[in-house]
Design a protein around this ligand. Sequence first.
Ligand SMILES: Nc1ncnc2c1ncn2[C@@H]1O[C@H](COP(=O)(O)OP(=O)(O)OP(=O)(O)O)[C@@H](O)[C@H]1O
Ligand code: SF4
Ligand SMILES: [Mg+2]
Length: 329
Amino acid sequence: MSATGTGERLLDIRGLKTHFKTDDGWVHAVDGVDIALDAGETLGVVGESGCGKTITAMSTLKLIPMPPGRIVAGQILWRGRDIVPLTSDEMRSIRAKEIAIVFQEPMTSLNPVYTVGDQIGEVIRQHEGLNKKQTLDRTIEMLRLVHIPNPERRVNDYPHQFSGGMRQRVMIAMALSCNPKLLIADEPTTALDVTIQAQILELLAEMKSKLGMAVMLITHAMGVVAETCQRVVVMYAGKVVEEAPVRELFRNPRHPYTQGLIRSIPRIDLAAVKKTRLEAIGGVVPRLIDPAPGCRFAARCRFAKGICSEATPELREVAPGHKVACVLA
Ligand SMILES: Nc1ncnc2c1ncn2[C@@H]1O[C@H](COP(=O)(O)OP(=O)(O)OP(=O)(O)O)[C@@H](O)[C@H]1O
Ligand code: SF4
Ligand SMILES: [Mg+2]
């Protein structure tokens, strides 16, 4: 596995399959995914809605509701140790302290009846073994770190007293409060307006440079990946279809799906001089119930031919660190 981070291999997801039992059959939400991430690295995981990004992240923290979900195959090596067989108690020591997650909608992740100070404090108290005063000091320090004005007072406020952007800052403070080695940010800016989105991405970059954790940034926005990540994994219909260092991916996208995603990035520079139309990818992500063999992108691919439906293309390395799952590559 190639990775551009400088440190140890933190996460190594190998052949992960997470499926859900439904009345219509098994949903193959994540279906043979390999993702590796090194200490200090920023990895983008990109793909349209329903491609399996969140389920990959939730599997990594073992937050999948089981049933109906099940990790049916694969390993999730966290610093060399497979966490798939771990119990909830064993996972508790990894969550927050080693791997933390920030979700898209901070209002649903924060409890409305507790102050933000209590909620951040609870995470710190559970994992760091600090007393009340030390916990409060640390909570205020974390709020200050994420640029919440007047943290000594704000620590006593409830989630609804914060704006959307400020709530996301609180969530980031909570996630980073135990100094995790990996922060998974699942669409951390999608629910926010554009200016606030940029501020939150800036904050994540600042936190990364201050605290040095690795980041897995999940997004459907290629533009966000281009600005923030070192390496990118492109997911489609429960599988990784392409992986490359970010510059290489934008310079030389090899999978027709990635090419489509890149073509659909809004070009502000061009829009200013002439009317340009976004080239969206026609069609939708297929249903993932008991999928047929063959390339899952075939129904939307303008290069599809007979062989594409016969067997699922393997992810193969086509250049150093650049992998593609397409018969054309
Ligand atoms: N509890 C569940 N039962 C059945 N199917 C599920 C369940 N949870 C998720 N899925 C399915 O798993 C697939 C992957 O979902 P996932 O949430 O990982 O997508 P995503 O890439 O994160 O999309 P988005 O960009 O919309 O967040 C989807 O087809 C979804 O319908
Ligand atoms: S394998 Fe075939 S259908 Fe799939 S992306 Fe490549 S050319 Fe298109
Ligand atoms: Mg998601």
